[in-house]
Design a protein around this ligand. Structure first.
Ligand SMILES: [Fe+2]
Length: 285
């Protein structure tokens, strides 16, 4: 075979590979843009925490974050139906209820449909605060039955279990965090709700039993080898999704339900977290 023949064959192989790569990328983009954002998943996790508790027991929590609601679309309808089916004791929402620029009315109407025997509690996210109708949104959420915890604690009882739920505002100072924890009574487990995982540095020294946060969206696009590329690059945190132990506190970071500026989810489907948390007493030695 002459050199021209070899060159022709090489060029045609390159062209085929290029076409296949373009088809693969277009397929991935189509899947990430139009299919995966609606594949709402339920992550069930049972966490057992040992300590010395006055009233140990179990609480079943639906934990959500980053709803980024625009309107009552199919993801929102599926979300409300699934939460109702799970029938938790308690619903916790770690902020970013709304999508930038969306009308708060739709978000408030969706939140009003969430119901649980111990209540629905939330904290503010950065998008909730920066929204141009932030005040209307937050007042509407309260009116819809979401108890927005801004550096506040609540004592709750689930069967035998008595515990404290503590919610933090977006950017509390170290002193404000210390003040909230100063109100802690010994023997009652502390479940902390906060929007972003950046606060872990100032929360974990107080050793709450469980910290729940969102904001990272799990990176939205997770690739083999790179993992949560966007979460680590843009959110600047190692705590991108899932369960961690930090200074003795259990920490769950959810990849959330909605999407931020980039309307794509790839290998990182929207998540409802269903936690069964057992607080058990350690045997005296
Ligand atoms: Fe956020």
């Amino acid at each position: 075979m002459n050199i021209n023949g070899k060159n022709r064959r090489g060029r045609s192989r390159f062209r085929t590979a290029l076409v296949l790569a373009v088809i693969l990328l277009a397929g991935l983009y189509g899947y990430g843009r139009f299919i995966e954002p609606y594949r709402l998943s339920v992550t069930e996790e049972e966490i057992t925490i040992e300590g010395y508790f006055r009233s140990p027991g179990t609480v079943r929590i639906v934990f959500l974050a980053d709803l980024h609601i625009i309107d009552a679309g199919r993801r929102e309808r599926r979300l409300l139906e699934t939460v109702e089916e799970l029938a938790p004791d308690l619903i916790l929402i770690a902020g970013d209820f709304i999508k930038t620029g969306a009308d708060p009315g739709e978000t408030i109407a969706a939140a009003a449909r969430l119901r649980a025997p111990l209540g629905v509690y939330g904290v503010v996210g950065n998008i909730d605060i920066s929204h141009r109708q932030s005040r209307r949104l937050l007042q509407g959420l309260e009116a819809a039955g979401v108890d927005m915890l801004r550096d506040r604690r609540r004592r709750l009882r689930a069967g035998d279990l008595e515990f404290d739920l503590v919610g933090f505002d977006l950017n509390p100072s170290q002193e404000e965090v210390a003040e909230v924890f100063a109100g802690r009574e010994s023997g009652f487990p502390q479940i902390v709700l906060t929007h972003w995982p950046y606060l872990l540095d100032i929360l974990t020294p107080h050793q709450p039993e469980l910290i729940l946060c969102g904001h990272t969206h799990g990176g939205q696009v997770r690739l083999p080898v790179f993992g949560s590329f966007f979460a680590r690059l843009l959110a600047g945190t190692h705590y991108d999704q899932g369960l961690f132990t930090v200074l003795g506190s259990r920490v769950y970071v959810t990849r959330g339900v909605g999407m931020t500026t980039h309307q794509i989810r790839l290998f990182c489907p929207p998540e409802i977290v269903f936690l069964t948390v057992n607080f058990v007493n350690r045997e005296f030695q």
